[in-house]
Design a protein around this ligand. Structure first.
Ligand code: A3P
Length: 426
């Protein structure tokens, strides 16, 4: 073993990157093989490189054991390579196949070749999982107070949600994913058809918290809402009824993907307030790529690129532009602008502005969101790494300063970033 740099948190990854392509593949196959052998230590030690699942089945190893072994493997990928795998990637059933995916990701994420500008268009209706339809038609309205946190994914929205959730007069559950749909029936249909299971759980988690019910009961309630094709505005109403005087906050970064979804929020809730949370493009794009959001979103939602870095920029530009255009179309007192970097580096001042805007008194509890938050409420859909921190981490404001992009940002991104208060030379 070579001597590693003490600061290198992922020496194995560094070691693999130093090998030739053929050696990399062999090393990763061996790594996966040895992790599986450890998992099945007392059952079998000779796993086939071609198709380990068939071999496992033939040996009579239980499906639960296979799942546990895959789980361990994914945890090891995170620990040794800092690569996040998603549950649906369990379908990769051979060591060779999995090694190819891991190898490609180690290179794409941590040693990407330089590339040209991201291709245009940045956004196209062509890359979309479902038809928009006419969302403004027959839209039912609610006069309730509600605040929407609008941001691109990976812009610090989960820590912001936890900060808000720590305020006794606010109710800020995990991502609801309601606005893209007219009713719970069509929502369930699209989620199932597209394999976006992760969109499902926020409503159930909100019900668990609002009604003090167990997960099973909450999931049953969500299924009943779908079976009855409940309009989404009634789901909001139901939650608002259950939380009493507290103000509902819906932070769902995916709303920023489509201007119609944003417009729908304003039409459905004429009294709604909007907080525009943004982040430095270099920080957001790095975060987007490292969490492999390309895989989670199946490369749809209006932006497309095979290059994860280009896709990250497309999401940053599209989302921030959609939100910026939307808030500019509103009357001034309905929106507040907030930068992630300010939120984490000067939380007191940023949150004073937020509380003022939301018309609630400042409360010291919001400065210590992890102490105020029930462990369960941190589990919901959002940043899976939220518990890597235990306080609001001010140093994260500067993370982009030590990060790079393998391609130059487009002039459109630079222009918008400058407009949002980041400083780029044009
Ligand atoms: P990195 O991936 O750059 O670390 P979102 O919640 O919108 O997905 O945003 C995720 C980003 O918020 C992550 O960025 C994460 O580190 C950051 N974040 C999460 N918890 C934080 C905390 N306690 N303090 C500061 N930043 C935090």
């Amino acid at each position: 073993m070579s001597k590693h740099n003490k600061k290198d948190k992922f020496p194995l990854r560094t070691e693999i990157l130093a090998l030739t392509p053929a050696e990399q593949h062999t090393a990763i196959c061996e790594y996966i093989h040895s992790s599986l052998v450890q998992s099945f230590a007392d059952k079998h030690t000779q796993l086939d490189y071609g198709n380990f699942c068939t071999v496992i089945e033939e040996l009579g190893i239980q499906a639960d054991d296979v799942n546990a072994a895959t789980d361990t493997l994914f945890k090891n990928f995170k620990k040794d390579f800092n690569i996040h795998f998603y549950y649906f990637e369990e379908k990769i059933e051979s060591i060779n196949g999995l090694a190819l995916v891991v190898n490609k990701n180690i290179i794409d994420l941590f040693s990407p070749p330089s590339s040209e500008l991201a291709s245009k268009p940045f956004f196209s209706e062509k890359y979309w999982p479902w038809k928009m339809g006419n969302v403004e038609k027959n839209i039912d309205k609610s006069n309730e107070d509600i605040t929407f946190v609008l941001s691109c994914p990976r812009s610090g929205s989960t820590i912001f949600r936890l900060i808000l959730a720590a305020h006794p007069q606010l109710f800020s559950p995990p991502e609801l994913h309601l606005l893209p749909f007219n009713s719970m029936g069509s929502r369930a249909e699209e989620i199932n058809k597209n394999g976006f299971e992760w969109m499902k759980f926020g409503v159930a988690e909100a019900l668990m918290e609002a009604e003090g019910i167990k997960r099973k009961e909450a999931l049953k309630a969500v299924n009943t809402m779908a079976a009855n094709d409940m309009p989404v505005v009634d789901v909001y109403r139901h939650l608002q009824e259950k939380i009493g005087d507290r103000v509902l906050v819906d932070k769902t970064p995916f709303y920023s993907c489509h201007p119609q979804w944003l417009k729908r929020a304003a039409t459905m809730f004429p009294k709604a307030k909007f907080i525009f949370l943004t982040r430095h493009p270099v920080g957001m794009i790095n975060s987007f790529v490292k969490l492999r959001l390309k895989e989670l979103t199946h490369n749809s939602f209006g932006c497309y690129s095979e290059n994860p870095w280009h896709l990250g920029e497309k999401w940053w530009l599209t989302g921030n532009k959609n939100i910026n255009d939307f808030v500019e179309s509103l009357s001034k007192p309905r929106s507040l602008f907030l930068r992630y970097e300010d939120l984490v580096s000067d939380t007191h001042s940023s949150m004073s502005d937020v509380c003022n805007f939301m018309n609630v008194p400042f409360n010291e509890k919001i400065l210590n969101p992890y102490a105020e938050t029930d462990k369960n409420t941190t589990k919901g859909i959002g940043d899976p790494n939220i518990m890597n921190h235990s306080t609001i981490d001010a140093s994260m404001a500067d993370s982009w300063k030590t990060q790079n992009l393998p391609h130059p940002l487009s002039s459109q991104s630079i222009e918008l970033a400058n407009q949002l208060g980041y400083h780029f030379d044009v």
